[in-house]
Design a protein around this ligand. Structure first.
Ligand SMILES: [Zn+2]
Length: 226
């Protein structure tokens, strides 16, 4: 028994000394401070050396997000406005704010979207970055879409259906919209191409569906890029 106790004490002593020599804070920062003499006189704290400058958790896919938008039956001025909207989409997707808004979106008291197809907020964000449209299913990090102009004196801003690769945009609204509003509508319709849906009539939960909620995010954050 005595031998055991002595052994255990020795082992615990060894453990202590081991962690001290290996994990001492002065030892740890030494390799970093050797190349920066200013640390010696205290003008630069070790923290400022270690802390990376303005790092973000934004995935690389958010910054590399591309668009492949085919404009059909556009006039030159319509094309100019639409190009501005497409540019706004790319700029908003590349922001930390867009990521944060999707990850923190709440509906019915929980961090979720309505009609989310069983996906978590993080999975929805990833699906946007993957950009695998239901009709082509390739995760190419690219919004692939056709856009057609039409005019109708209805309250429909735009529409699409699952069997076509393009969206239809009503010039009645397009003509009045600012580019960030066009961007929001474009994104809404494109989210249908990723397979997201919403109630067809006005309901309490419809604004919390993926196409509506994320479309509004693009529109609102897009104001910063007008
Ligand atoms: Zn819709």
């Amino acid at each position: 028994m005595k031998k055991m106790l002595a052994l255990m004490m020795m082992m615990s002593l060894m453990t202590v000394s081991c962690s001290k020599s290996g994990g001492g804070s002065s030892q740890e920062s030494a390799p970093l401070s050797t190349s920066t003499p200013s640390i010696e006189d205290g003008t630069t704290s070790p923290d400022s050396v270690i802390t990376p400058a303005e790092t973000s958790s934004l995935p690389a896919q958010a910054l590399s997000f591309k668009t492949n938008v085919d404009m059909l039956d556009f006039t030159a001025s319509q094309e100019e406005k639409y190009n501005e909207a497409v540019d706004i989409v790319k700029k908003v997707v590349a922001t930390e704010a867009f990521r944060t808004k999707i990850l923190n979106h709440t509906w019915s008291g929980l961090k979720q979207f309505a009609d989310n197809g069983g996906k978590t907020n993080a999975q929805i964000y990833q699906s946007v970055l993957d950009a695998a449209e239901s009709l082509n299913k390739i995760k190419n990090n690219t919004m692939d879409l056709g856009v057609k102009m039409y005019y109708a004196s209805t309250t429909v801003i735009g529409w699409t259906n699952p069997s076509i690769t393009y969206i239809n945009v009503n010039t009645k609204y397009f003509d009045q919209f600012d580019p960030n509003e066009v961007a929001g509508n474009l994104f809404h319709e494109w989210l249908h191409k990723l397979g997201y849906g919403h109630d067809s009539s006005v309901t309490a939960k419809r604004p919390y569906s993926v196409p509506y909620a994320v479309g509004y995010m693009i529109r609102d954050l897009g104001k910063n890029f007008l």
